[in-house]
Design a protein around this ligand. Structure first.
Ligand code: NAD
Length: 486
Protein backbone atom coordinates (compact mmCIF):
# COMPACT_ATOMS: atom_id res chain seq x y z
CA UNK A 1 0.00 0.00 0.00
CA UNK A 2 1.46 3.35 -0.90
CA UNK A 3 -1.27 5.21 0.91
CA UNK A 4 -0.78 5.65 4.66
CA UNK A 5 -3.71 3.84 6.26
CA UNK A 6 -2.19 3.05 9.65
CA UNK A 7 -3.21 5.78 12.12
CA UNK A 8 -0.65 7.24 14.54
CA UNK A 9 -2.45 5.50 17.39
CA UNK A 10 -5.78 3.83 18.10
CA UNK A 11 -7.57 6.54 20.04
CA UNK A 12 -7.80 10.31 20.01
CA UNK A 13 -8.34 11.75 23.47
CA UNK A 14 -7.80 15.19 24.96
CA UNK A 15 -6.52 16.60 21.68
CA UNK A 16 -3.94 13.91 20.93
CA UNK A 17 -3.42 10.39 19.69
CA UNK A 18 -3.31 7.86 22.52
CA UNK A 19 -2.33 4.20 22.46
CA UNK A 20 -2.83 1.31 24.83
CA UNK A 21 -1.80 -1.96 23.24
CA UNK A 22 -3.30 -3.93 26.12
CA UNK A 23 -6.63 -3.63 24.32
CA UNK A 24 -7.71 -6.41 21.96
CA UNK A 25 -6.31 -5.89 18.44
CA UNK A 26 -8.71 -4.89 15.69
CA UNK A 27 -7.46 -5.50 12.14
CA UNK A 28 -8.73 -3.18 9.46
CA UNK A 29 -9.32 -5.11 6.27
CA UNK A 30 -9.59 -3.51 2.83
CA UNK A 31 -12.72 -5.22 1.48
CA UNK A 32 -11.59 -5.10 -2.14
CA UNK A 33 -8.57 -7.33 -1.53
CA UNK A 34 -8.93 -8.86 1.93
CA UNK A 35 -5.60 -7.27 2.93
CA UNK A 36 -4.99 -5.95 6.43
CA UNK A 37 -4.29 -2.22 5.96
CA UNK A 38 -4.13 -1.11 9.58
CA UNK A 39 -4.40 -2.36 13.12
CA UNK A 40 -5.88 -0.57 16.11
CA UNK A 41 -6.59 -1.69 19.66
CA UNK A 42 -9.88 -1.81 21.48
CA UNK A 43 -10.14 0.63 24.40
CA UNK A 44 -9.18 -0.71 27.80
CA UNK A 45 -11.07 0.49 30.90
CA UNK A 46 -8.22 2.98 31.47
CA UNK A 47 -8.71 4.45 27.98
CA UNK A 48 -12.46 4.71 28.48
CA UNK A 49 -11.93 6.50 31.79
CA UNK A 50 -9.41 8.83 30.22
CA UNK A 51 -11.82 9.70 27.39
CA UNK A 52 -14.71 10.43 29.73
CA UNK A 53 -12.47 12.59 31.94
CA UNK A 54 -11.19 14.51 28.91
CA UNK A 55 -14.71 15.10 27.59
CA UNK A 56 -16.04 16.12 31.01
CA UNK A 57 -13.05 18.34 31.66
CA UNK A 58 -13.52 20.25 28.41
CA UNK A 59 -17.29 20.62 28.49
CA UNK A 60 -17.97 23.64 30.72
CA UNK A 61 -15.43 25.83 28.99
CA UNK A 62 -16.64 24.77 25.54
CA UNK A 63 -20.23 25.58 26.47
CA UNK A 64 -19.16 28.92 27.95
CA UNK A 65 -17.72 30.05 24.61
CA UNK A 66 -20.07 32.05 22.44
CA UNK A 67 -22.03 30.05 19.93
CA UNK A 68 -20.49 32.08 17.15
CA UNK A 69 -17.01 31.13 18.30
CA UNK A 70 -17.91 27.45 18.57
CA UNK A 71 -19.54 27.65 15.17
CA UNK A 72 -16.48 29.24 13.63
CA UNK A 73 -14.38 26.25 14.71
CA UNK A 74 -16.87 23.80 13.23
CA UNK A 75 -16.99 25.73 9.97
CA UNK A 76 -13.22 25.88 9.83
CA UNK A 77 -13.13 22.09 10.27
CA UNK A 78 -15.65 21.82 7.46
CA UNK A 79 -13.36 23.85 5.19
CA UNK A 80 -10.36 21.66 6.02
CA UNK A 81 -12.39 18.53 5.29
CA UNK A 82 -13.37 19.90 1.89
CA UNK A 83 -9.75 20.83 1.11
CA UNK A 84 -8.68 17.27 1.97
CA UNK A 85 -11.63 15.60 0.31
CA UNK A 86 -9.44 13.44 -1.90
CA UNK A 87 -7.32 11.88 0.85
CA UNK A 88 -10.29 11.50 3.19
CA UNK A 89 -12.28 9.81 0.43
CA UNK A 90 -9.44 7.40 -0.29
CA UNK A 91 -9.29 6.55 3.42
CA UNK A 92 -13.08 6.06 3.49
CA UNK A 93 -12.72 3.67 0.55
CA UNK A 94 -10.04 1.69 2.41
CA UNK A 95 -12.20 1.61 5.53
CA UNK A 96 -15.44 0.54 3.81
CA UNK A 97 -14.65 -0.66 0.29
CA UNK A 98 -17.16 1.82 -1.14
CA UNK A 99 -16.09 3.09 -4.57
CA UNK A 100 -14.13 6.33 -4.70
CA UNK A 101 -16.74 7.49 -7.21
CA UNK A 102 -19.13 7.58 -4.22
CA UNK A 103 -16.85 8.44 -1.34
CA UNK A 104 -15.48 11.50 -3.15
CA UNK A 105 -18.96 13.04 -3.30
CA UNK A 106 -20.92 11.53 -0.42
CA UNK A 107 -18.82 10.97 2.68
CA UNK A 108 -16.30 13.62 3.70
CA UNK A 109 -18.49 16.12 1.85
CA UNK A 110 -21.55 15.10 3.85
CA UNK A 111 -19.53 15.36 7.07
CA UNK A 112 -18.38 18.82 6.00
CA UNK A 113 -21.99 19.80 5.29
CA UNK A 114 -22.97 18.86 8.83
CA UNK A 115 -20.09 20.82 10.40
CA UNK A 116 -20.88 23.82 8.22
CA UNK A 117 -24.62 23.71 8.85
CA UNK A 118 -24.44 23.25 12.62
CA UNK A 119 -21.50 25.66 12.73
CA UNK A 120 -23.88 28.20 11.23
CA UNK A 121 -26.65 27.38 13.67
CA UNK A 122 -24.44 27.49 16.79
CA UNK A 123 -24.58 31.26 17.10
CA UNK A 124 -28.33 31.34 16.53
CA UNK A 125 -29.35 29.03 19.36
CA UNK A 126 -31.54 30.83 21.85
CA UNK A 127 -34.11 30.28 24.52
CA UNK A 128 -37.37 32.21 24.54
CA UNK A 129 -39.19 34.79 26.54
CA UNK A 130 -42.74 34.14 27.70
CA UNK A 131 -44.72 37.07 29.07
CA UNK A 132 -47.14 36.35 31.97
CA UNK A 133 -49.83 38.38 33.78
CA UNK A 134 -48.73 41.02 36.29
CA UNK A 135 -45.42 41.61 34.57
CA UNK A 136 -44.05 38.22 35.57
CA UNK A 137 -42.27 36.33 32.85
CA UNK A 138 -40.47 33.17 32.06
CA UNK A 139 -37.36 32.79 30.04
CA UNK A 140 -35.83 29.57 28.87
CA UNK A 141 -32.17 28.83 28.56
CA UNK A 142 -31.09 26.28 25.96
CA UNK A 143 -28.35 24.35 27.70
CA UNK A 144 -25.99 21.59 26.63
CA UNK A 145 -26.61 18.08 27.90
CA UNK A 146 -22.96 17.56 28.85
CA UNK A 147 -20.92 14.60 27.63
CA UNK A 148 -22.41 12.81 24.60
CA UNK A 149 -21.42 9.38 23.39
CA UNK A 150 -21.75 8.61 19.69
CA UNK A 151 -21.63 5.02 18.49
CA UNK A 152 -21.31 4.38 14.78
CA UNK A 153 -22.20 1.74 12.20
CA UNK A 154 -19.68 0.76 9.52
CA UNK A 155 -21.38 1.97 6.37
CA UNK A 156 -20.74 5.73 6.66
CA UNK A 157 -17.87 6.17 9.14
CA UNK A 158 -17.03 9.81 8.34
CA UNK A 159 -20.60 10.93 7.90
CA UNK A 160 -21.81 9.34 11.13
CA UNK A 161 -18.86 10.79 13.09
CA UNK A 162 -19.87 14.26 11.86
CA UNK A 163 -23.66 13.90 11.93
CA UNK A 164 -23.40 13.15 15.64
CA UNK A 165 -20.47 15.39 16.50
CA UNK A 166 -21.57 18.57 14.71
CA UNK A 167 -24.94 19.17 16.43
CA UNK A 168 -23.54 17.96 19.76
CA UNK A 169 -20.65 20.45 19.64
CA UNK A 170 -22.81 23.27 18.27
CA UNK A 171 -24.96 22.97 21.40
CA UNK A 172 -21.94 23.10 23.71
CA UNK A 173 -21.58 19.40 24.44
CA UNK A 174 -18.40 17.40 24.19
CA UNK A 175 -18.32 14.03 22.48
CA UNK A 176 -16.77 10.62 22.71
CA UNK A 177 -17.25 8.80 19.44
CA UNK A 178 -16.82 5.05 19.12
CA UNK A 179 -16.63 4.01 15.47
CA UNK A 180 -17.68 0.57 14.36
CA UNK A 181 -14.91 -1.97 14.91
CA UNK A 182 -15.17 -2.74 11.17
CA UNK A 183 -14.29 0.83 10.06
CA UNK A 184 -12.19 2.52 12.76
CA UNK A 185 -10.05 4.85 10.63
CA UNK A 186 -12.11 7.80 9.41
CA UNK A 187 -13.36 9.21 12.72
CA UNK A 188 -9.76 9.68 13.88
CA UNK A 189 -9.24 12.08 10.98
CA UNK A 190 -12.35 14.02 11.95
CA UNK A 191 -10.99 14.38 15.50
CA UNK A 192 -7.58 15.46 14.21
CA UNK A 193 -9.09 18.07 11.88
CA UNK A 194 -11.31 19.50 14.60
CA UNK A 195 -8.26 20.14 16.76
CA UNK A 196 -6.48 21.71 13.80
CA UNK A 197 -9.52 23.95 13.33
CA UNK A 198 -9.23 25.15 16.91
CA UNK A 199 -11.44 22.81 18.95
CA UNK A 200 -10.09 22.72 22.50
CA UNK A 201 -8.58 19.43 23.64
CA UNK A 202 -11.24 17.00 24.85
CA UNK A 203 -14.16 18.45 22.88
CA UNK A 204 -14.21 15.58 20.36
CA UNK A 205 -12.63 12.27 21.30
CA UNK A 206 -12.50 8.92 19.53
CA UNK A 207 -12.12 5.56 21.21
CA UNK A 208 -12.03 2.25 19.38
CA UNK A 209 -13.67 -0.96 20.38
CA UNK A 210 -16.23 -3.68 19.99
CA UNK A 211 -19.70 -3.67 21.50
CA UNK A 212 -18.37 -4.01 25.04
CA UNK A 213 -16.61 -0.64 24.77
CA UNK A 214 -19.85 0.90 23.50
CA UNK A 215 -21.72 -0.67 26.41
CA UNK A 216 -19.16 0.62 28.95
CA UNK A 217 -19.58 4.15 27.57
CA UNK A 218 -23.38 3.95 27.56
CA UNK A 219 -23.50 2.90 31.20
CA UNK A 220 -20.82 5.31 32.42
CA UNK A 221 -22.20 7.60 35.14
CA UNK A 222 -20.53 10.64 33.69
CA UNK A 223 -22.17 10.33 30.26
CA UNK A 224 -25.36 12.29 29.63
CA UNK A 225 -26.48 11.27 26.17
CA UNK A 226 -26.06 8.39 23.76
CA UNK A 227 -26.56 8.54 20.03
CA UNK A 228 -26.37 5.19 18.26
CA UNK A 229 -26.39 4.31 14.59
CA UNK A 230 -26.72 0.57 14.31
CA UNK A 231 -29.08 -2.36 14.07
CA UNK A 232 -32.40 -2.72 15.90
CA UNK A 233 -31.14 -5.49 18.25
CA UNK A 234 -28.20 -3.28 19.33
CA UNK A 235 -30.57 -0.33 19.60
CA UNK A 236 -32.79 -2.24 22.01
CA UNK A 237 -29.82 -3.03 24.25
CA UNK A 238 -28.39 0.48 24.15
CA UNK A 239 -31.78 2.15 24.71
CA UNK A 240 -32.45 -0.09 27.73
CA UNK A 241 -28.99 0.54 29.20
CA UNK A 242 -29.35 4.29 28.70
CA UNK A 243 -32.79 4.24 30.32
CA UNK A 244 -31.26 2.79 33.46
CA UNK A 245 -29.24 5.99 33.84
CA UNK A 246 -32.12 8.16 32.50
CA UNK A 247 -29.83 9.34 29.70
CA UNK A 248 -31.02 11.08 26.55
CA UNK A 249 -30.91 8.96 23.41
CA UNK A 250 -30.96 9.21 19.65
CA UNK A 251 -31.44 5.88 17.89
CA UNK A 252 -30.75 5.61 14.15
CA UNK A 253 -31.50 1.97 13.45
CA UNK A 254 -32.25 -0.45 10.67
CA UNK A 255 -35.05 -0.67 8.17
CA UNK A 256 -36.88 -2.69 5.53
CA UNK A 257 -38.32 0.26 3.73
CA UNK A 258 -40.97 0.10 1.01
CA UNK A 259 -40.80 1.80 -2.36
CA UNK A 260 -44.09 1.82 -4.25
CA UNK A 261 -44.13 2.17 -8.03
CA UNK A 262 -47.57 2.89 -9.49
CA UNK A 263 -48.20 2.01 -13.11
CA UNK A 264 -48.43 5.67 -14.14
CA UNK A 265 -44.84 6.25 -12.98
CA UNK A 266 -42.03 7.15 -15.34
CA UNK A 267 -40.42 3.71 -15.57
CA UNK A 268 -36.88 5.00 -15.98
CA UNK A 269 -37.23 7.35 -13.02
CA UNK A 270 -38.61 4.51 -10.89
CA UNK A 271 -35.76 2.24 -11.96
CA UNK A 272 -33.28 5.00 -11.05
CA UNK A 273 -34.92 5.29 -7.62
CA UNK A 274 -34.79 1.53 -7.15
CA UNK A 275 -31.11 1.42 -8.14
CA UNK A 276 -30.20 4.29 -5.81
CA UNK A 277 -32.30 2.78 -3.04
CA UNK A 278 -30.84 -0.72 -3.33
CA UNK A 279 -27.38 -0.70 -4.83
CA UNK A 280 -25.68 2.54 -3.80
CA UNK A 281 -22.91 1.69 -1.32
CA UNK A 282 -23.42 -1.92 -2.41
CA UNK A 283 -26.80 -1.88 -0.74
CA UNK A 284 -25.39 -1.09 2.69
CA UNK A 285 -27.63 1.85 3.48
CA UNK A 286 -30.07 1.84 6.38
CA UNK A 287 -32.87 3.70 4.58
CA UNK A 288 -32.80 1.55 1.44
CA UNK A 289 -36.13 0.82 -0.21
CA UNK A 290 -35.58 -2.92 -0.36
CA UNK A 291 -39.22 -3.89 -0.75
CA UNK A 292 -40.09 -2.55 -4.19
CA UNK A 293 -43.84 -2.88 -4.76
CA UNK A 294 -44.52 -2.62 -8.49
CA UNK A 295 -48.09 -2.31 -9.79
CA UNK A 296 -48.98 -5.24 -12.02
CA UNK A 297 -49.42 -3.16 -15.19
CA UNK A 298 -45.75 -2.17 -15.40
CA UNK A 299 -44.08 -5.11 -13.71
CA UNK A 300 -42.58 -6.57 -16.88
CA UNK A 301 -41.41 -3.21 -18.22
CA UNK A 302 -39.90 -2.33 -14.83
CA UNK A 303 -37.99 -5.62 -14.47
CA UNK A 304 -36.75 -5.55 -18.05
CA UNK A 305 -35.47 -1.98 -17.77
CA UNK A 306 -33.93 -2.71 -14.37
CA UNK A 307 -31.95 -5.68 -15.73
CA UNK A 308 -30.79 -3.61 -18.69
CA UNK A 309 -29.60 -0.80 -16.43
CA UNK A 310 -27.84 -3.18 -14.03
CA UNK A 311 -25.67 -4.32 -16.92
CA UNK A 312 -24.14 -0.84 -16.78
CA UNK A 313 -22.85 -1.28 -13.23
CA UNK A 314 -19.06 -1.11 -13.22
CA UNK A 315 -17.92 -3.65 -10.64
CA UNK A 316 -14.26 -3.64 -9.75
CA UNK A 317 -11.42 -1.78 -8.09
CA UNK A 318 -13.08 0.77 -5.78
CA UNK A 319 -10.19 3.21 -6.28
CA UNK A 320 -10.86 3.37 -10.02
CA UNK A 321 -13.10 6.41 -10.52
CA UNK A 322 -15.05 4.46 -13.17
CA UNK A 323 -16.12 1.81 -10.66
CA UNK A 324 -19.71 2.29 -9.52
CA UNK A 325 -20.23 -0.87 -7.47
CA UNK A 326 -17.74 -2.08 -4.86
CA UNK A 327 -17.39 -5.04 -2.52
CA UNK A 328 -19.34 -5.73 0.64
CA UNK A 329 -17.71 -4.27 3.76
CA UNK A 330 -16.53 -7.61 5.16
CA UNK A 331 -16.52 -11.33 4.61
CA UNK A 332 -18.97 -11.67 7.47
CA UNK A 333 -21.45 -9.30 5.85
CA UNK A 334 -20.98 -11.06 2.49
CA UNK A 335 -21.84 -14.39 4.11
CA UNK A 336 -24.92 -12.96 5.81
CA UNK A 337 -26.17 -11.62 2.48
CA UNK A 338 -25.38 -14.87 0.63
CA UNK A 339 -27.45 -16.64 3.29
CA UNK A 340 -30.42 -14.38 2.49
CA UNK A 341 -30.02 -15.01 -1.24
CA UNK A 342 -30.15 -18.76 -0.61
CA UNK A 343 -33.23 -18.26 1.59
CA UNK A 344 -34.96 -16.25 -1.16
CA UNK A 345 -34.45 -19.11 -3.59
CA UNK A 346 -35.51 -21.76 -1.08
CA UNK A 347 -38.70 -19.87 -0.28
CA UNK A 348 -39.68 -19.66 -3.96
CA UNK A 349 -38.83 -16.12 -5.09
CA UNK A 350 -37.64 -15.75 -8.69
CA UNK A 351 -33.99 -14.76 -9.00
CA UNK A 352 -34.27 -12.15 -11.77
CA UNK A 353 -30.75 -10.81 -11.68
CA UNK A 354 -27.36 -11.60 -10.12
CA UNK A 355 -27.24 -13.63 -6.96
CA UNK A 356 -23.65 -14.87 -7.11
CA UNK A 357 -20.43 -14.05 -5.37
CA UNK A 358 -17.77 -12.71 -7.71
CA UNK A 359 -14.68 -14.85 -7.39
CA UNK A 360 -11.50 -13.26 -6.09
CA UNK A 361 -9.99 -12.10 -2.82
CA UNK A 362 -12.41 -9.23 -2.29
CA UNK A 363 -15.91 -9.51 -0.89
CA UNK A 364 -17.74 -8.89 -4.15
CA UNK A 365 -21.30 -9.88 -4.84
CA UNK A 366 -23.46 -9.21 -7.89
CA UNK A 367 -26.30 -6.74 -7.58
CA UNK A 368 -29.24 -9.04 -7.01
CA UNK A 369 -32.95 -8.77 -7.80
CA UNK A 370 -35.69 -11.15 -6.72
CA UNK A 371 -39.16 -10.87 -8.25
CA UNK A 372 -42.43 -12.63 -7.34
CA UNK A 373 -41.57 -11.98 -3.72
CA UNK A 374 -44.43 -12.35 -1.25
CA UNK A 375 -44.90 -10.49 2.03
CA UNK A 376 -44.17 -13.49 4.25
CA UNK A 377 -40.81 -14.40 2.70
CA UNK A 378 -37.74 -13.85 4.85
CA UNK A 379 -36.18 -11.57 2.20
CA UNK A 380 -39.27 -9.34 2.44
CA UNK A 381 -39.31 -9.20 6.23
CA UNK A 382 -35.74 -8.95 7.47
CA UNK A 383 -33.13 -6.29 6.88
CA UNK A 384 -30.48 -7.84 4.61
CA UNK A 385 -28.09 -4.86 4.44
CA UNK A 386 -26.65 -5.79 1.10
CA UNK A 387 -27.41 -5.41 -2.62
CA UNK A 388 -30.57 -7.49 -2.69
CA UNK A 389 -33.81 -6.01 -4.01
CA UNK A 390 -37.13 -7.73 -3.48
CA UNK A 391 -39.79 -6.88 -6.08
CA UNK A 392 -43.38 -7.52 -4.99
CA UNK A 393 -46.54 -7.21 -7.11
CA UNK A 394 -49.60 -5.20 -6.14
CA UNK A 395 -52.95 -4.16 -7.57
CA UNK A 396 -54.44 -1.26 -5.60
CA UNK A 397 -53.44 1.70 -3.45
CA UNK A 398 -55.13 0.74 -0.16
CA UNK A 399 -53.79 -2.80 -0.40
CA UNK A 400 -50.21 -1.74 -1.09
CA UNK A 401 -50.15 0.87 1.64
CA UNK A 402 -51.30 -1.66 4.24
CA UNK A 403 -48.65 -4.12 3.05
CA UNK A 404 -45.95 -1.44 2.96
CA UNK A 405 -46.68 -0.58 6.59
CA UNK A 406 -46.87 -4.18 7.76
CA UNK A 407 -43.38 -4.23 9.30
CA UNK A 408 -41.78 -3.49 12.64
CA UNK A 409 -39.50 -0.98 10.89
CA UNK A 410 -40.33 2.61 9.96
CA UNK A 411 -37.19 4.27 8.71
CA UNK A 412 -38.02 5.39 5.17
CA UNK A 413 -40.54 4.94 2.35
CA UNK A 414 -40.91 6.14 -1.22
CA UNK A 415 -43.54 6.44 -3.92
CA UNK A 416 -43.22 6.83 -7.67
CA UNK A 417 -46.28 8.15 -9.49
CA UNK A 418 -47.25 11.04 -11.76
CA UNK A 419 -50.47 11.57 -9.79
CA UNK A 420 -49.63 14.36 -7.36
CA UNK A 421 -52.70 13.85 -5.16
CA UNK A 422 -52.01 10.17 -4.80
CA UNK A 423 -48.34 10.83 -4.04
CA UNK A 424 -49.16 13.03 -1.06
CA UNK A 425 -51.98 10.76 0.12
CA UNK A 426 -49.72 7.71 0.07
CA UNK A 427 -46.88 9.53 1.84
CA UNK A 428 -49.30 10.71 4.55
CA UNK A 429 -50.23 7.07 5.07
CA UNK A 430 -46.66 5.77 5.35
CA UNK A 431 -45.55 4.75 8.84
CA UNK A 432 -41.98 5.98 8.31
CA UNK A 433 -39.83 8.89 9.39
CA UNK A 434 -38.21 9.83 6.07
CA UNK A 435 -40.25 9.73 2.85
CA UNK A 436 -39.59 10.40 -0.82
CA UNK A 437 -41.82 11.29 -3.76
CA UNK A 438 -40.32 10.40 -7.15
CA UNK A 439 -36.90 10.19 -5.54
CA UNK A 440 -35.03 8.01 -3.09
CA UNK A 441 -32.37 8.28 -0.37
CA UNK A 442 -31.63 11.99 -0.55
CA UNK A 443 -30.38 13.16 2.86
CA UNK A 444 -29.54 16.87 2.79
CA UNK A 445 -28.32 18.21 6.12
CA UNK A 446 -31.11 20.82 6.12
CA UNK A 447 -33.79 18.11 6.41
CA UNK A 448 -34.57 15.95 9.46
CA UNK A 449 -33.51 12.33 9.07
CA UNK A 450 -34.63 9.42 11.21
CA UNK A 451 -37.06 6.61 11.74
CA UNK A 452 -40.29 5.75 13.48
CA UNK A 453 -41.43 2.43 15.02
CA UNK A 454 -38.47 0.10 15.68
CA UNK A 455 -36.23 2.11 13.34
CA UNK A 456 -35.45 4.86 15.73
CA UNK A 457 -35.94 7.60 18.25
CA UNK A 458 -35.11 11.23 17.55
CA UNK A 459 -33.86 12.91 14.41
CA UNK A 460 -30.47 13.79 13.01
CA UNK A 461 -29.65 16.79 10.80
CA UNK A 462 -31.68 20.00 10.45
CA UNK A 463 -32.85 22.24 13.29
CA UNK A 464 -34.64 19.20 14.74
CA UNK A 465 -31.29 17.73 15.88
CA UNK A 466 -30.81 20.69 18.22
CA UNK A 467 -33.70 19.39 20.34
CA UNK A 468 -31.81 16.13 20.80
CA UNK A 469 -28.52 17.68 21.89
CA UNK A 470 -29.74 20.35 24.28
CA UNK A 471 -32.36 20.82 26.96
CA UNK A 472 -34.38 23.74 28.16
CA UNK A 473 -34.12 25.28 31.58
CA UNK A 474 -37.17 27.28 32.56
CA UNK A 475 -36.62 30.38 34.68
CA UNK A 476 -39.69 31.96 36.28
CA UNK A 477 -39.18 35.65 37.15
CA UNK A 478 -41.65 37.28 39.56
CA UNK A 479 -42.05 41.03 39.20
CA UNK A 480 -45.07 41.34 41.55
CA UNK A 481 -45.08 40.65 45.30
CA UNK A 482 -45.01 36.94 46.06
CA UNK A 483 -47.98 35.58 48.04
CA UNK A 484 -48.12 32.51 50.28
CA UNK A 485 -51.22 30.95 51.99
CA UNK A 486 -49.75 31.25 55.49
P1 NAD B 1 -24.45 -3.02 14.91
O1 NAD B 1 -25.74 -2.81 15.61
O2 NAD B 1 -23.88 -4.38 14.86
O3 NAD B 1 -23.31 -2.10 15.56
C1 NAD B 1 -23.46 -0.70 15.64
C2 NAD B 1 -22.49 -0.16 16.66
O4 NAD B 1 -22.92 -0.54 17.97
C3 NAD B 1 -21.06 -0.68 16.52
O5 NAD B 1 -20.17 0.39 16.74
C4 NAD B 1 -20.96 -1.72 17.63
O6 NAD B 1 -19.65 -1.91 18.10
C5 NAD B 1 -21.83 -1.09 18.69
N1 NAD B 1 -22.39 -2.01 19.68
C6 NAD B 1 -22.70 -3.33 19.53
N2 NAD B 1 -23.23 -3.82 20.66
C7 NAD B 1 -23.28 -2.80 21.55
C8 NAD B 1 -23.74 -2.67 22.89
N3 NAD B 1 -24.27 -3.70 23.55
N4 NAD B 1 -23.64 -1.46 23.49
C9 NAD B 1 -23.14 -0.40 22.83
N5 NAD B 1 -22.68 -0.46 21.56
C10 NAD B 1 -22.75 -1.65 20.93
O7 NAD B 1 -24.66 -2.42 13.45
P2 NAD B 1 -23.67 -2.47 12.22
O8 NAD B 1 -23.64 -3.88 11.71
O9 NAD B 1 -22.40 -1.80 12.54
O10 NAD B 1 -24.43 -1.54 11.17
C11 NAD B 1 -25.48 -1.97 10.39
C12 NAD B 1 -26.80 -1.56 11.00
O11 NAD B 1 -26.81 -0.14 11.21
C13 NAD B 1 -27.96 -1.84 10.08
O12 NAD B 1 -29.03 -2.35 10.83
C14 NAD B 1 -28.31 -0.47 9.53
O13 NAD B 1 -29.63 -0.33 9.10
C15 NAD B 1 -28.01 0.42 10.68
N6 NAD B 1 -27.79 1.79 10.23
C16 NAD B 1 -28.72 2.75 10.54
C17 NAD B 1 -28.57 4.05 10.09
C18 NAD B 1 -29.58 5.11 10.40
O14 NAD B 1 -29.24 6.28 10.31
N7 NAD B 1 -30.81 4.78 10.75
C19 NAD B 1 -27.44 4.39 9.36
C20 NAD B 1 -26.50 3.40 9.08
C21 NAD B 1 -26.68 2.10 9.53
Amino acid sequence: MTYETQPKASHFIGGEYVEDTNGAPIDVIYPATGEVVARVHSATPAIIERAVKAARGAQAEWEAMSGTERGRILRRASDIIRERNHELSVLETYDTGKPYQETSVADATSGADALEYFGGLAGALTGEHIQLPGGDFVYTRREALGVCVGIGAWNYPTQIACWKGAPAMACGNTMIFKPSETTPLCALKVAEILVEAGAPAGVYNVVQGYGDVGAALVTHDDVDKVSLTGSVPTGRKVYAAAAEGMKHVTMELGGKSPMIVFDDADVDAAVSGAILGNFYSTGQVCSNGTRVFVQKGIKEAFLARLSERLENAVIGDPMDPETSFGPMVSENQLNIVMGYIAKGQEEGATLSYGGARIEGDGYYLQPTVFSDVTDDMTIAREEIFGPVMAVLDFEGEAEVLARANDTEFGLAAGVFTQDITRAHRVVAGFEAGTCFINSYNDAPVEAPFGGSKASGVGRENSKAAIEHYSELKTVYVRMSPIEAPF
